[in-house]
Design a protein. Structure first.
Length: 227
């Protein structure tokens, strides 16, 4: 499952390499300074100002090492927290911006929509992954948010196969003016994929970016409104 891929190996390796390089330079600097002090000419010792400058460099490198250790710990903590939060979405119903939904054998497809005004003549068109129209419906919509439910039955009366489907909802008001209607995908999260830059939530056969989620509900809170 995608969740098994949770890891910070790449980031940890990069941080470890950077820190190792600084530590090597720090050790080299310390070795050179110690050798210089041991072998300086007693008749012509190291200039005080020069020695002070080297000590300042010594302190600067040491502080940089401590800062890198702190930043490394902070970064790993932030990554782990973000992953834990993403995993907590599993089993919850989420709403994400978009037109694509996943039809499974057990569940119908739900799309959320939002109409800027009341729609007197609404047209709903559902297409399969190949772009072919499989279902159409007409009706009216109230202004504001709503949910459209499709049970997978095509306009021809035949059940459509499981897979990805897209919905398009258009409409006009009583004066015939077009009304802006936005749509989003609704479904239950079953897995989380961390292989990309942004965690991807799996909803049936669909993957949506965590950043596209606009609503999260527990199964107890989630209701299935009629179409």
């Amino acid at each position: 499952m995608a969740v098994d891929s949770i890891s910070g190996v790449s980031s940890q390796s990069s941080l470890a390499t950077s820190r190792s390089t600084i530590a090597d330079n720090f050790d080299t600097f310390l070795s050179i300074l110690t050798t210089q002090l041991k072998n300086q000419n007693p008749m012509d010792p190291l200039d005080t100002n020069q020695f002070t400058a080297q000590l300042v460099q010594f302190t600067g490198v040491e502080q940089q090492l401590k800062t890198n250790e702190f930043l490394e710990t902070l970064m790993l903590s932030t990554q782990n927290t973000a992953k834990s939060e993403a995993v907590s979405y599993i089993g919850r119903q989420v709403t994400a911006s978009g037109q694509t939904g996943s039809l499974t054998e057990d569940d119908p497809v739900f799309w959320s929509y939002n109409a800027e005004a009341a729609v007197a003549n609404a047209n709903v068109t559902i297409k399969n992954a190949k772009g072919s129209v499989v279902y159409t419906e007409t009706g009216s919509l109230n202004a504001g948010a709503g949910t459209f439910r499709w049970d997978g039955m095509g306009s021809d009366g035949n059940a459509q196969p499981t897979g990805l489907y897209t919905v398009e909802i258009t409409g006009t008001d009583l004066r015939g003016r077009a009304v802006d209607i936005s749509t989003s995908t609704v479904g239950t999260v079953t897995a989380v994929d961390f292989t990309g830059e942004v965690p991807m939530l799996t909803i049936g056969n669909t993957k949506v970016a965590l950043t596209d989620v606009i609503d999260v509900r527990t199964q107890a809170e989630a209701t299935a409104p009629a179409s």
